[in-house]
Design a protein around this ligand. Structure first.
Ligand SMILES: Cc1ncc(COP(=O)(O)O)c(C=O)c1O
Length: 466
C-alpha cells in the first residue's frame, strides 16, 4: 500500500494513474515508462467506434479494443442480456452438466461453422482454445492407434497465445525465450508475407502460395509424418502485419494435411465473427479445417469467452466406453458470457455486420492505399476490416529498419504520437515494423477517412524524426 490519499497527485495526473502505476500489472507492458514520467492511459468510456480517456479526450478505436469490439462500444442490449442471465443463473459449470446459454450457443456456432465442425468446447479465451485443440489432437491420435503423433507445425511470427503449449505454437522468439523450455514439438515454417517473398517468387502470388504451403509438407517429411499431429494457422495472420493467404494456399494446406493424416487447425481468434466478412474466415475462403479456435469477437468483447470447434470425426472416439477428454476450465462457457454472445450474434444478424464488412472492405483498402505516396509506407495489406501497413526505410529496396531505429520509430514516437493525434491502434515490430488497423465492423467511409488523415500526418512526421 502507498500512503497516497485519494485524488492527491504525485505524478501531475490524477490519483487513479498513480494507483495503476503502483498496483496494476499491465500485460505485455514496459512498466519503466510509468516510473519515468509517463502517464498510464486510462480509458473510461466507449460509444460506437470511439473511446474516451479520463482526461476527457476522444479517440478513434482503430483496434476494436484488442480485435474484439466488432459491433462497437456502448451496446446497452448486451449489458441487459448479461444482467438478465445473471439474475436467472449467474454461474454453473459445464462439467457433466449443461445450461441453456451454452447449449444454444454451441448449436449456433456449429450452424455457422464450415464443413462438419459440429462439437463446441468452450474456454475462456483464445489461448485456452489453442491449448485445447493441441490436447485434443494428441488424445485423438492416441485413441485412434497413432499414439506417436504429437507435434505441431505453425508459421513464423504467428501469435497463438500465452499458455505454454500455445506459446510453443507461437512463432515469435522474443515472446518465448524467457519461458523456455516450453512444450516440445513446436515446428515452424514460413508464413505468407508476400511482400517479403523470396526474390524469385515476388511477382507470382500463386507460385509463392504453393511454395509456402509445400514448406509444410517438407517439415512433415523432415519431422516424420508419424510424429506430426496438426498444422495451426490463422486464415489471415495477424502478427507481422496481416498476411492474407495467397490464392490456392489454404487448399494446398488442406491437401497436405489429408495426405499425411495431420489435423488442420484454423486459429480464428481474430479472424472469426466478421473481421474477414464472414462468421468464420475459413468459410469465406471455402476450405474446411478439422478444428477452429475462436474467442474475442464472439461476444464483441462484452464478456470473456472462447471456443474450440471440432469436426464430428474428432469427437467420435469420445462417444464410447469410459473415454473422456480430461480437460476443462471453470469459466468455459460461462452462462453470462454465452448469453452475451447470443445477443451479440443477434446484432450481427439484424444489422448484417458481415455484409457491412464485405461491402466496405474495398473502400477501406482503397483509402489506406492512398498512404502509399508516403516515403515510409512500403506495403498495405489485409482484407475485411483487418489491415497492416508496413513501414520501410527504403521503398525501392524494401529495406527495413534496424533494431535501434525500429525502437525509436515505434516505441519512441509512433505509438504515442498516434494516440495523441486521436487514433488508438497498434504500432508493432514482432515482425517487420507495421501499423495495424482493425476497427469496429460498423465503421464506414467517414471513419476510414479519419484514420487515413491521422496516419498521413503522423507518418509524415515520423519520416522527419528518422
Ligand atoms: C491468433 C490468436 N490466437 C490466440 C490468441 C490468444 O488469445 P487470448 O489472449 O484470448 O488467450 C490471440 C490473441 O490475440 C490470437 O490473436
Amino acid at each position: 500500500m502507498t500512503s497516497t490519499p485519494q485524488n492527491v497527485t504525485e505524478s501531475g495526473y490524477d490519483a487513479l494513474a498513480d494507483k495503476a502505476r503502483d498496483h496494476l500489472w499491465m500485460h505485455f507492458t514496459r512498466h519503466s515508462v510509468y516510473y519515468e514520467g509517463g502517464h498510464v492511459p486510462i480509458i473510461v468510456k466507449g460509444d460506437g467506434c470511439y473511446i474516451w480517456d479520463d482526461q476527457g479526450r476522444k479517440y478513434f478505436d482503430g483496434l476494436s479494443g484488442l480485435f474484439t469490439v466488432q459491433v462497437g462500444h456502448g451496446r446497452k442490449e448486451l449489458g441487459a442480456a448479461a444482467a438478465k442471465q445473471m439474475e436467472e443463473l449467474a454461474y454453473f459449470p459445464i462439467w457433466s452438466y449443461a445450461h441453456r446459454p451454452a447449449i444454444e450457443l454451441a448449436e449456433r456456432l456449429a450452424h455457422y461453422a464450415p464443413g462438419d465442425l459440429n462439437r463446441v468446447f468452450f474456454t475462456s479465451g483464445g489461448g485456452e482454445a489453442v491449448e485445447t485443440a493441441w490436447k485434443l489432437a494428441k488424445q485423438y491420435f492416441k485413441l485412434t492407434g497413432k499414439p506417436t503423433k504429437h507435434k505441431v507445425i505453425s508459421r513464423n511470427v504467428a501469435y497463438h497465445g500465452t499458455p505454454q503449449g500455445a506459446l510453443s505454437i507461437t512463432g515469435i522468439p522474443v515472446a518465448k525465450i524467457p519461458f523456455e523450455p516450453l512444450v516440445p514439438g513446436g515446428v515452424k515454417v514460413p508464413n505468407t508475407n508476400f511482400y517479403r517473398a523470396p526474390d524469385n517468387l515476388r511477382d507470382d502470388e500463386k507460385a509463392f502460395g504453393r511454395w509456402a504451403a509445400d514448406r509444410i509438407a517438407e517439415a512433415i517429411e523432415f519431422e516424420g509424418p508419424d510424429s506430426v499431429a496438426a498444422v495451426f494457422l490463422e486464415p489471415v495472420q495477424n502478427s507481422g502485419g496481416c498476411f492474407p493467404p495467397p490464392p490456392g494456399y489454404l487448399e494446398r494446406v488442406r491437401e497436405i494435411c489429408d495426405e499425411y493424416d495431420v489435423l488442420m487447425v484454423a486459429d480464428e481468434t481474430i479472424c472469426a465473427f466478421g473481421r474477414i466478412g464472414d462468421m468464420f474466415a475459413m468459410k469465406r475462403f471455402g476450405v474446411d479445417p478439422d478444428i477452429i479456435t475462436c474467442a474475442k469477437g464472439m461476444t464483441s468483447g462484452y464478456a470473456g469467452l472462447g471456443a474450440m470447434i471440432a469436426s464430428e470425426r474428432l469427437f467420435e472416439p469420445f462417444k464410447h466406453g469410459t473415454t473422456s477428454f480430461l480437460h476443462g476450465y471453470t469459466w468455459g462457457g460461462h452462462p453470462m458470457a454465452a448469453a452475451v454472445a447470443m445477443a451479440n450474434l443477434d446484432i450481427f444478424e439484424r444489422e448484417d455486420i458481415n455484409g457491412n464488412v464485405r461491402r466496405n472492405e474495398g473502400a477501406f483498402l482503397a483509402t489506406l492505399n492512398k498512404l502509399r505516396d508516403l516515403n515510409i509506407v512500403g506495403d498495405v495489406r489485409g482484407m475485411g476490416y483487418f489491415y497492416g501497413i508496413e513501414l520501410v526505410k527504403d521503398k525501392v529496396t524494401r529495406e527495413t529498419f534496424n533494431d535501434d531505429e525500429a525502437e525509436r520509430l515505434l516505441r519512441g514516437f509512433l505509438s504515442k504520437a498516434l494516440f495523441d493525434a486521436g487514433l488508438y491502434c497498434r504500432a508493432d515490430d514482432r515482425g517487420d515494423p507495421v501499423v495495424q488497423l482493425a476497427p469496429p465492423l460498423i465503421a464506414g467511409q467517414k471513419e476510414f477517412d479519419e484514420i487515413e488523415g491521422i496516419l498521413r500526418s503522423v507518418l509524415t512526421e515520423a519520416w522527419t524524426i528518422l
